[in-house]
Design a protein around this ligand. Structure first.
Ligand SMILES: [Zn+2]
Length: 271
């Protein structure tokens, strides 16, 4: 993990880490978000910090676990502060898009290491439990509500706590991940499906638009727009294979007698 030291911290702790506080950076999602936020924390004038900031491809440490970050007044002295690339205004869907899933998976590794190191159970505390001094995970919003020493409400209502706690438990128990696949289904977008359906429909109307290139390019571009170069390449590979299969079926249909070819065809269901 990269480290960008900050003067905005207090050496040592008043009490051992008890809570892991989840924040959103409120900065644009990108491959350098964690680095940028850490550089911001490194400026003396910022007067704020976190232990670790995570984006889709890295974790950057600003404060050692043994020292006190300035992040969530009320839960600084016994808190481990984690900044996640994203905005408190994000919906659940935004938090589970390709970029955020990569980021969240990294966050799970960071939090799992803290849970082991400080015997913190992988659970989200209720406000009553937070107030009562119990161990677990919390949000800056709940720290604000309980201690009333700041007005921040991150990481927001849309944050997928259920996904995060499930992924964290699976990580700690060494179980195979169920979260990644579940999320992939949820985030498949209708707009991604429409061009695929149109493409198949045009093929079976007997039209011969050279749509395959347009389709592949637009699907890949949609992935690239979400900073997903690897997914874009995979998309090209998947769609090329799929289109090749359909084109084989069409050639077979064209070479068969009309009566046989008119039977119902249930085409591939899309990616
Ligand atoms: Zn915060």
């Amino acid at each position: 993990m990269k480290t960008v030291p900050t003067p905005n911290q207090t050496e040592g702790r008043l009490s051992p880490p008890r809570v892991i506080v989840i924040h959103s950076t409120e900065a644009p999602e990108g491959p350098l978000t964690a680095e940028n936020v850490a550089n911001y924390f490194a400026q003396p004038s910022t007067k704020a910090s976190a232990h670790v900031t995570v984006d889709n491809n890295s974790e950057v440490r600003s404060v050692a676990d043994e020292d006190t970050a300035w992040a969530a007044p009320g839960a600084n002295s016994d808190g481990l502060q984690l900044e996640l690339a994203g905005y408190a205004r994000q919906s659940r869907k935004d938090w589970l898009d390709d970029y955020s899933l990569k980021m969240l998976q990294r966050a799970v590794y960071v939090v799992a290491a803290w849970c082991k190191k400080y015997s913190i159970p992988p659970r989200r505390l209720t406000r009553a439990q937070l107030r009562a001094g119990e161990k677990g995970l919390t949000s800056h919003a709940d720290v604000t509500a309980v201690y009333k020493r700041s007005d921040h409400t991150d990481p927001g209502e849309g944050f997928p706590w259920d996904w995060f706690i499930t992924a964290l438990r699976e990580e700690l128990e060494g179980k195979p991940k169920t979260t990644a696949t579940k999320v992939e289904e949820q985030t498949l977008e209708l707009t991604d499906m429409v061009p695929v359906g149109e493409y198949y429909a045009s093929l079976f109307r007997g039209e011969k638009y050279p749509l395959s290139f347009v389709l592949i390019a637009s699907m890949a571009e949609a992935k690239l727009a979400k900073h997903e170069a690897a997914s874009a390449r995979q998309e090209i590979a998947n769609l090329s294979a799929q289109i090749a299969r359909v084109e084989t079926l069409i050639r077979e249909k064209e070479t068969r007698p009309q009566s046989e070819a008119s039977g119902a065809f249930n085409g591939p269901s899309g990616p």
